[in-house]
Design a protein. Structure first.
Length: 382
């Protein structure tokens, strides 16, 4: 029996943390024990399984609540490290598991303690700026196991010096298990969407990286066609969202929805196609969830979708630009029956909890075995 202390940044509904929560809820309790440290008290913390002790940053308490962790580290406060060391003594873990590169700043402390370290990378290049040069180098050179969610991420890790690198597929609970068809129809009606209108769904934080600023140009192009756009996950996040709000003001074919929980899968069901307009996105869970409900996908070859979408599942564009997306979307709208619903569902099923929880757990346990040599490195990618 191995005990793992998981570290994660926010406890929010981001793909990297939803993925971790799926693991925490489903791993084999006969082989692993777990504790969880979450730097912020996000909404997912309320759903941590009862058998997993959970901890949060000491800076969520008292007068230091508003002080960012980056600032805490920069000005040299030691309370954060002291709290983690206290937690480490209480949990007595065999391994630290750092979920996302945002937790790489803990690598020096892990090495100081001599504790085995697993790092799980969900991100591509632009997010690497969140890690310092020194922490990234130390993580790649000294982590006992590096897990990447795509082949591309695994390749980048090896380029940076990691030796024991494995790919672990994402996992979801298939969306069709959560759909209420009557509710989906009512939601569509409540949005005033006509029966013959093609609905494109987009899901994510409204950021430049997610291509939120592409939405006005795309929606404007289709404003005279029976076509409607839903962006789910909208918040007034930044000045960019203010700009896009103003650009969308004159358009009636766009609905901006805040993050959904109860009706999340019902909104996927009411759509006719899924648009992933990100400039950079490693391997979004929302793409797999859309496929599990047989929705054709439009995405860029520049993102992780290229490792998922096969011919018959949707359209891949060569560049992340509004015009490239528009052309691909038009092909889907003109020929909706050319996309294979069975293929979409079957491919998504490879990412189900039932299919992936065992392999994920086995990869973690295998990290107690000797590190792979050059002769067996390829086998580690599977």
């Amino acid at each position: 029996m191995k005990k793992i202390l998981f570290f994660t940044p926010h406890g929010t509904l981001t793909g990297s943390e939803v993925l971790l929560w799926s693991f925490l809820k489903n791993f084999d309790r006969q082989q692993l024990q777990a504790a969880l440290y979450c730097e912020r008290s996000g909404p997912l913390l309320s759903s941590v399984p009862n058998d997993i002790a959970s901890y949060t940053s000491p800076f969520l308490q008292g007068g230091l609540k508003g002080l960012t962790h980056k600032a805490v580290r920069q000005i040299g406060l030691y309370s954060h490290e002291k709290a983690i060391l206290k937690m480490h003594r209480q949990v007595q873990p065999d391994c630290w598991y750092l979920n996302t590169i945002l937790m790489f700043y803990l690598i020096p402390l892990a090495k100081k303690l001599g504790v085995k370290t697993v790092v799980h990378i969900h991100e591509l290049n632009s997010i690497y700026e969140a890690s310092s040069y020194e922490d990234m180098a130390l993580a790649m050179q000294q982590a006992d196991l590096v897990i990447g969610v795509t082949d591309k991420i695994c390749k980048l890790a090896r380029t940076m010096g990691a030796t024991n690198v494995v790919r672990q597929k994402c996992l979801i609970n298939p969306s069709r298990e959560h759909v209420n068809l009557t509710r989906s129809r009512k939601l569509r009606e409540s949005l005033g969407i006509a029966p013959n209108t093609f609905v494109w769904l987009m899901i994510g934080t409204p950021t430049h990286r997610k291509g939120f600023d592409f939405l006005p140009a795309i929606a404007r192009h289709f404003q005279h066609q029976p076509c409607h756009f839903i962006w789910m996950g909208y918040t007034r996040y930044s000045g960019l969202t203010y700009l896009v709000e103003k650009q969308l003001a004159e358009l009636s074919n766009v609905t901006l929805l805040t993050p959904q929980t109860t009706d999340y899968h019902n909104y996927i069901q009411l759509s006719d196609g899924f648009l992933l307009c990100s400039r950079e996105d490693p391997f979004p869970l929302v793409m797999i969830e859309a496929a599990s409900l047989a929705k054709p996908i439009v995405a860029s070859e520049e993102v992780g979708a290229v490792e998922f979408i096969q011919p018959g599942m949707g359209e891949l564009v060569s560049l992340s630009t509004p015009q490239h997306f528009i052309e691909a979307m038009q092909r889907v709208m003109d020929n909706p029956d050319t996309y294979d619903q069975t293929l979409l569902i079957n491919e998504s099923s490879e990412y189900s909890v039932d299919a992936q929880i065992g392999p994920w757990q086995e990869k973690i346990l295998a990290s107690w075995s000797p590190a792979p040599t050059a002769s067996n490195a390829v086998a580690c990618e599977v």
